[in-house]
Design a protein around this ligand. Sequence first.
Ligand code: PTJ
Length: 243
Amino acid sequence: MIPPDHPRYRSLVARELLAEGVRKRIVSLEGLAAHGRGEAFDYFLGERTTESALLAERTAAAMLLAARHPVISVNGNTAALAALEIAMLQKACDALVEVNLFHRTEERVSLIEEHLRCSGVDVFSGTAERLLPLAHDRAWCRREGMFSADLILVPLEDGDRCGALVGMGKTVIAIDLNPLSRTARTSTLTIVDELIRALPNITRACRELSAGERGRLISALDNNYLLSEAIREMTQRLAHALD
Ligand code: PTJ
């Protein structure tokens, strides 16, 4: 049992959730390594939502609400860490939620779908087809889901699919603590923040933004600025780490 006053409480709880996810066969072993990389970047950020990340989260909300057919793509790590937060975001923006996996097995897809449903997510399932132009198993998705979406929110992505989706003319919003990743640089909008902090901020903004604010946020979107700000925040903290 992790004491709530432990200085690294939130980080240790996240690790517990992922370890439990591995035991339930929801999270892949590779997902643990991916999380470790995210933790390192979060350390550089100071484990907080920066001003530029909040701007990205509010812009994401505006874009989700403006989309014709938004889809939230969920992998093993996202399901284990943030199933409830996904359910709340889905309610706020009325998006489809579809499971899409890199280390895909039919068993993992079903287990993750079941886990999401238990947390209140309305999961879009059914027959998947190999529809995305990718050599690996992230190519599998549903024709009426991700394949037809105009906007896809991809928490914790590997860069290939993100590039393929943008190449198909789709708007892609990524949540990725690594501002240098291919995903971060290929997406239409990148949120450089921790998944569990980012999702509730997007949900809140979906509920709060006026139509005027949404339009202003969308027309001011500059992903290069958002990524440079994230890198600036990290380097500034590192430069003063021993002060
Ligand atoms: O469940 P599967 O089979 O689909 O596999 C999922 C993983 C995560 C293993 C797969 O998508 C993968 O290999 O991802 P990558 O290429 O390692 O990319 C994950 C990115 O997410 C990295 O850039 C990490 O820095 C970042 N990341 C990890 N944990 C978090 C995160 N970003 C935000 N919040 C996190 N909690």
